[in-house]
Design a protein around this ligand. Structure first.
Ligand code: ADP
Length: 533
């Protein structure tokens, strides 16, 4: 068997042993399943609010502390091809719905582990794959069946959704305050298209700065730039700002070819420099003529141009990222100008206040108090860089689940309730299947229960006792009954506000089933010459 778990430096690595990279038939299957199981095992203990965090140390000694499945797997060096597929599903789940990454990997691991016992009983992999696929389709149908439709802009529901996703993270005790700014941010940038709502998460700028506490995190109705005002002579603060967004340099452009200018007397030098200054002044005058009192420029601003701008009492910031300029346009309503002959008052944006503020050791420019900003900033704080990094990851997941519910306003309970419901339903539906596919469908149901089992195990509850009670309550139609992990008992998830987007649960089932089926269909691992890139 060519697989082993070992470590490179301090990092866990899963690899194919040298020279053992070709496996066939049952060996290949066993090998792949074992590798995938190791990945699921890594994240197993981090599921749920009582899950543990992982400390990841890279070869340079940099430390990441997280309990986010996608981050854990992104940081570790995985080389086994089947293991990589599990890492892949946590990434896709992260991109698609933002949350549920740990669950997807745990479910895929359980599906493979349960498939292994069928393979041992000589059930053909194709039969298992067919059974799993049918069961996955059914599971999604059952999840849909217990979901509840909500109003897409119901702030109370969105708050609860955001908070549930943070229950499992370091930010849990500050989740009230964070949920509030997260929901405000998403609702600010939501766009309506016909009857549908769309949220582009990129319209929410997330800036983080270590220092202060998580409670100091705020939403800015506008954009925060991690840049200073270019010139000491400019005002540090302007109210009722008229903002020009320019994606052209306020500099004299250099010629493409090398040019040589022969200057033979001081007068010529003076007139050459005067001409340069005149051109720069001309540029600045055009900007001033538009009525702008704040200039935000994507490119450079010449010293002389800075001087003229300062003299006119204008604030200027240079070398702003293109993506930030786009956000600024959405926040302030300004048009991005690339030709200074074409800048007029109507192109300017508005903000109540533009101000340079000291954030710890840095100076940042705040463009805030925009009237109806279609782009906003979340400024995240936390005691140390590691804390603030984890806050950022948790906020990302939370922004995503709020987006999920706005775009698909259907919710289910958390705490293992929907998985147990779907499992129970699949068991009775499986009886209608003929042949060995029935066995596979039953194993699919068992695998879904890996979620409530792991949640209760991580909470120090008895997993089997918990699951049996949960099953029987679900059978009685108590669809909101789940594991209240914090209280250590079975309870009503709705009254404990543990709710999740249906979209996340559907994605977990699809991603896990797809990965498991793909791995099960492999009966040959062949080392090829070509590099994957
Ligand atoms: P994932 O990456 O899969 O989202 P998490 O570690 O965030 O993993 O755990 C999510 C699971 O924890 C979900 O099944 C969710 O319903 C459950 N959960 C979150 N908060 C609670 C709670 N207070 N009580 C019970 N279950 C909870």
């Amino acid at each position: 068997m060519g697989m082993q778990a070992t470590s490179k430096g301090t990092m866990p690595v899963v690899l194919l042993k040298e020279g053992g990279s070709e496996t066939k038939g049952r060996d290949a299957q066993k090998n792949n399943i074992a590798a995938a199981k190791i990945i699921a095992e890594i994240v197993h203990s981090s599921l749920g609010p009582r899950g543990m965090d992982k400390m990841l140390v890279d070869s340079l000694g940099d430390v990441t502390i997280t309990n986010d499945g996608a981050t854990i797997l992104k940081e570790i060096d995985v080389q086994h091809p089947a293991a990589k597929m599990l890492v892949e599903i946590s990434k896709t789940t992260d991109n698609e719905v933002g949350d549920g990454t740990t669950s997807a990997v745990i479910l895929a691991g359980a599906l493979l582990e349960n498939a292994e016992s069928l393979l041992d009983q000589n059930v053909h992999p194709t039969i298992i794959v067919d059974g799993y696929r049918k069961a996955a389709k059914k599971a999604k149908q059952f999840l849909q069946e217990i979901s509840e439709t909500v109003s897409a802009n119901d702030k109370t529901i969105l708050n609860k959704i955001a908070k549930t996703s943070m229950q499992t993270k370091l930010v849990r005790k500050d989740s009230d305050q964070l949920a509030d700014i997260i929901v405000k941010a998403v609702l600010a940038v939501v766009e309506k298209e016909g009857e549908k709502f769309n949220v582009d998460i990129d319209d929410i700028k997330v800036e983080k700065k270590a220092g202060g506490s998580i409670k100091d995190s705020v939403i800015i109705q506008g954009i925060v730039l991690d840049k200073e005002i270019v010139h000491g002579g400019m005002p540090r603060k302007i109210s009722d700002a008229k903002i020009a967004l320019i994606n052209k340099a306020l500099e004299i452009s250099k010629t493409e070819t090398d040019a040589k200018i022969n200057i033979s007397n001081p007068q010529q030098l003076k007139s050459f420099l005067d001409e340069e200054n005149r051109m720069l002044k001309n540029m600045v005058d055009k900007v001033i003529g538009s009525g702008a009192n704040v200039v935000l420029c994507q490119k450079g601003i010449d010293d002389m141009a800075q001087h003229y701008l300062a003299k006119a009492g204008i604030i200027a910031v240079r070398r702003i990222k293109e993506s930030d300029l786009t956000k600024l346009a959405k926040a302030t309503g300004a048009r991005i100008v690339n030709n200074l002959d074409d800048i007029f008052e109507k192109d300017l944006g508005d903000a109540q206040l533009v101000e340079e503020r000291k954030i710890e050791e840095d100076k940042w420019v705040f463009i805030e108090g925009c009237k109806h900003p279609k782009s906003v900033t979340l400024l995240l704080r936390g005691g140390s860089q590691r804390v603030v990094d984890e806050v950022e990851r948790s906020v990302h997941d939370s922004l995503m689940v709020v987006k999920d519910v706005i775009e698909k306003p259907e919710i289910v309970a958390g705490g293992g309730a929907p998985e147990t419901y779907a499992a129970t339903k699949i068991r009775s539906w499986a009886k209608s299947l003929e042949g060995r596919e029935q066995l596979a469908a039953e194993k699919f149901a068992d695998s879904l229960e890996s979620i409530p089992l792991t949640l209760s195990e991580n909470a120090g509850m008895d997993p089997i006792d918990t699951l049996t009670v949960l099953r029987s309550r679900q059978m009685k139609g108590e669809k909101w009954t789940g594991i209240d992990v914090m209280k250590g008992k079975i309870g009503n998830m709705k009254s404990s506000d543990i709710i999740e987007p249906l979209a996340v649960k559907l994605q977990i089932v699809s991603a896990a089933a797809e990965a498991a089926c793909m791995i099960l269909r492999i009966d040959d691992v062949i080392a090829t010459q070509k590099s994957a890139g």
